[in-house]
Each structure stands twice: as structure tokens, then as C-alpha cells.
Write a protein that binds this ligand. Structure first.
Ligand code: SF4
Length: 220
């Protein structure tokens, strides 16, 4: 799979959806908590739950030490509250074991060590770890969500049989680190607006000439 093709995909999507200069990073703990909340729900529900958490618990320490039921109640809008609440509190306790409730130590850690540390938290998979590393620290990790996984396999950027875990590594090798952020956002948008899970709109897709799957869909 070629980095040249990956670069072309990026340039076309960037021309369509924009370059997306990196946003100001969130506090890394906030990024982690927000990412826990986002699992299996919409951005809107995640944001409502996050706002409610901040209202109810003014510090991370207060959230960490709150009765579990109060946290469950506060994040109802994000769904799976009984799974997410204990995970969030366990992560905050684990972070605190290092002395302070901050993830700043990850900025200096070698990348793979930082990734492994995050993956050691209950409920953190490769996508969540990469989101925290990329969004909060600007470190070269590429988060692969369900849209990116589908679109990049259809495009033949990664093999059809690649696992999600493998997809993270493969795409990190394919795209230049300085474009991880815009590529991540634009591939998600393309998956939501054109490359649907069922009946992708290949006939109007600007990547059709690069896409073996799409060509199979539109050929007579
Ligand atoms: S051509 Fe079809 S399958 Fe390929 S990226 Fe576009 S919408 Fe997806």
C-alpha cells in the first residue's frame, strides 16, 4: 500500500472538507474522560454528559472520590453509565497513584511507553489511547474509529483482513505524522457523508478512481 496514494487521498479530502489546523488541546485528563464518555454514543450525548460531570464535580479529585451512584447519574445521557462511571473513576485513581492527578507525564514518556501506559487502563483500547496522545499532546498516534477502519479498507490503503489494532499501526506508517489530525477528521467525515456502511455513494465519491471497492460497486 503506498504512501503516495495515502497522500493523494489526504489532499482530495482536504480540498473537500478543509485542512483542519489542530485545535487547542484539552487538558489530557479531560480528553481521556471525554473519550470514555464518547464510547458507543453520539458527540452530542457525550458533550452533555461531560458538561454535567463538570457542573457536578468541580475538580477531577471530586469526581474520583464521589460515590459511584452519583457519577452514574451524572453521565446517564452518554449511555452505558454503569460501565463508564467505574472506568472513569478507576482511571482517575490509577493516575493519582503517580502522585498528582495529571497526565502531563505522558508528554515526556517515549511514545510506545505512553501508549502502553494508557492501554493498561480498564476500558482504554488503541483508539482511545491514540486520541489522548494525538489530541491532547500532539504526539504521532493515529486513532482509528469505525468509519476510518471501513473507508481505508475499501480504499485498499490497508488490507481487508487487517484487524483494528493492526489498522492503527498500518495507517501510522502510511500517513505523515503532521497530517494525522486532518486525515483523521476528514476520513470520519467521508465515512459519515459518503462512504456509508451500507450503500456507499460511490458514484459521487471523489475517491472513486482510487478505490477498488467503489469501482466494484459502480461497474455494470
Ligand atoms: S468510492 Fe465508494 S467505497 Fe470507495 S471511498 Fe468512495 S464511497 Fe467509499
Amino acid at each position: 500500500m503506498s504512501a503516495e496514494k495515502a497522500g493523494l487521498v489526504h489532499r482530495r479530502l482536504a480540498a473537500l472538507y478543509g485542512e483542519h489546523p489542530e485545535r487547542a488541546p484539552l487538558d489530557p485528563v479531560a480528553e481521556l474522560v471525554s473519550t470514555f464518555l464518547s464510547q458507543n454514543t453520539s458527540d452530542r450525548n457525550r458533550d452533555r454528559a461531560f458538561a454535567r460531570l463538570q457542573e457536578r464535580f468541580p475538580t477531577w479529585e471530586a469526581l474520583r472520590d464521589a460515590p459511584l451512584e452519583e457519577v452514574v447519574e451524572a453521565i446517564q445521557s452518554a449511555g452505558l453509565a454503569r460501565v463508564k462511571a467505574p472506568r472513569i473513576q478507576a482511571a482517575l485513581r490509577r493516575i493519582s497513584e503517580r502522585g498528582r492527578l495529571t497526565l502531563d507525564f505522558l508528554a515526556e514518556m517515549p511514545l510506545e511507553e505512553a501508549r502502553a501506559w494508557l492501554l493498561g487502563l480498564d476500558g482504554v483500547g488503541p483508539k482511545t489511547a491514540a486520541i489522548v496522545l494525538l489530541f491532547a499532546f500532539g504526539r504521532p498516534a493515529f486513532p482509528v474509529d469505525t468509519h476510518i477502519y471501513r473507508v481505508t479498507r475499501r480504499l485498499g490503503l490497508i488490507p481487508e483482513r487487517a484487524s483494528r489494532e493492526q489498522a492503527h499501526r498500518l495507517l501510522e506508517g502510511l500517513f505523515a505524522p503532521e497530517i494525522y489530525y486532518p486525515v483523521h477528521l476528514n476520513l470520519i467525515r467521508h465515512g459519515r457523508e459518503t462512504c456509508f456502511p451500507r450503500r456507499p455513494a460511490c458514484a459521487r465519491c471523489l475517491l472513486l478512481d482510487l478505490c477498488p471497492y467503489g469501482q466494484g460497486q459502480v461497474s455494470p
